[in-house]
Write a protein that binds this ligand. Structure first.
Ligand code: SF4
Length: 401
């Protein structure tokens, strides 16, 4: 069993990278402003990437950078200098989807590991051997692989493997999609996806409207949630478990990373699959992040219509993120909290953090920054004092059902 399996989390900016690491990610992947899919979601310039690497080093974690565009000739300008900068910044690996970029990394920044993006649809051992000869150090599985394939390939692969465990799915699973290009002239394979598959469409057959006005047709996939396969993935020698979601919030990342961290640690300790009861517990914890409805992707074979969202497109939010702990006075049992969403006297809130199990309390006192007692905290980013009957730490997060 791979007890040291890497938990790999996404981040769209430095704050989210730090949250992921603090909540237990072993590595974070992020994209710069160029050469990356989801480049519109990225706020990382090279200084931020260096800061992320420095922060990661303090926790023994690693930073991976996506350079996973399908490049056209003009896209190579500045690539060599960028790779050298990443190397100097302390980046561990780049995630790549182009043979030319693989060879360029090996030539100009050979210390960087090359991880082959899921965009390259790797589904067999022969492909892995081929890419290994090109210099690839890890492959990310195509999402179309089932559990048996992931397991067999990981046990026999000549390079470490990485599999998706959670997060959004493209309806074109390995992502070779030109829907966005066709509909918006934004190239999904060069970082510009407009998420056209998740729009709402009129469904027309033989000139007749098949959809109802209030329930238009969408092509969106449900999100992946593969917690029930965690033991098998760890037992199959998979090197890394990837969470999707560079556009997701810090709260989402904290909730999902925290849950998988605890589940991995539990399996490592017991060396047994999670019981039904524990699986339910972890699935419930994951549902507190703002997921869309979830499915198991391809892990048990071809997804059926149950894995798609034909009529709804909203997030299945069960909890709201309401605040961040800034500090805690142990004697007075009062926490300073940065408000992110409304809460009031009488609300039951739950705190979670890297070093505490989820704990709930009822709000009995709120004091604003002028020292006035208030009934309602509804000014985002202001600091209030709140009663807190148990020990919390700065940067722990607070949510409400
Ligand atoms: S339009 Fe949808 S399926 Fe296509 S790349 Fe974008 S998210 Fe993926």
């Amino acid at each position: 069993m791979n007890k040291k399996i890497e938990l790999l989390a996404p981040a769209g900016d430095l704050e989210r990278a730090k949250v992921a690491i603090r909540f237990g990610a072993n590595a974070v992947y992020l994209g710069g402003k160029r050469f990356s899919l989801r480049s519109r979601a990225s706020n990382f310039d090279i200084c931020d990437i260096k800061d992320a690497c420095d922060y990661a080093r303090e926790y023994g974690a690693h930073i991976h950078v996506t350079i996973n565009i399908i490049p056209h000739d003009e896209d190579f300008d500045g690539l060599e200098d960028y790779l050298k900068e990443l190397d100097e910044a302390g980046v561990t690996a780049v995630i790549v989807a182009s043979p030319t970029i693989i060879q360029t990394v090996k030539k100009v920044a050979p210390r960087l590991e090359v991880h082959l993006s899921t965009q390259m649809s790797t589904t067999n051992l022969k492909a892995i051997d081929y890419y290994k000869r090109l210099g690839v150090d890890r492959i990310v599985f195509a999402r179309e692989c089932n559990l048996e394939e992931v397991s067999m390939i990981s046990k026999n692969s000549t390079v470490p493997t990485e599999a998706f465990i959670h997060g959004g799915m493209c309806v074109n699973y390995s992502g070779r999609c030109t829907l966005s290009n066709a509909m918006t002239l934004r190239d999904a394979n060069r970082g510009g996806c407009a998420q056209s598959c998740r729009w709402k469409y009129h469904l027309i057959q033989d000139g007749k409207e098949m959809s109802q006005e209030d329930r238009l047709f969408s092509m969106s996939s449900k999100d992946l949630m593969a917690i029930e396969f965690l033991y098998d993935l760890m037992d199959s020698n998979v090197a890394s478990l990837k969470i999707e979601g560079r556009m997701k919030s810090a709260y989402y990342i904290a909730s999902v990373v925290h849950t998988y961290r605890k589940a991995i640690d539990e399996i490592s300790e017991t060396e047994k699959p999670l019981s039904e009861e524990r699986l339910k517990y972890y699935a419930n914890e994951l549902s507190k992040a703002e997921n869309r409805p979830t499915s198991i992707g391809f892990y048990r074979g071809l997804p059926t219509h149950h894995a798609h969202l034909y009529g709804i497109n909203g997030a299945g939010v069960t909890h709201d993120f309401v605040g961040v702990v800034m500090n805690y006075d142990q004697e007075l049992k009062i926490a300073k909290v940065q408000v992110r969403n409304v809460f009031a006297i009488g609300y039951e809130l739950e705190v979670f953090g890297p070093h505490i199990d989820n704990q709930s309390f009822v709000v009995e006192m709120i004091k604003n920054s002028d020292g006035e007692y208030i009934e309602l905290a509804n000014q985002p980013m202001t600091i209030v004092e709140v009663n807190m009957p148990f020990q919390v730490e700065p940067q722990d997060l607070i949510r409400r059902k």
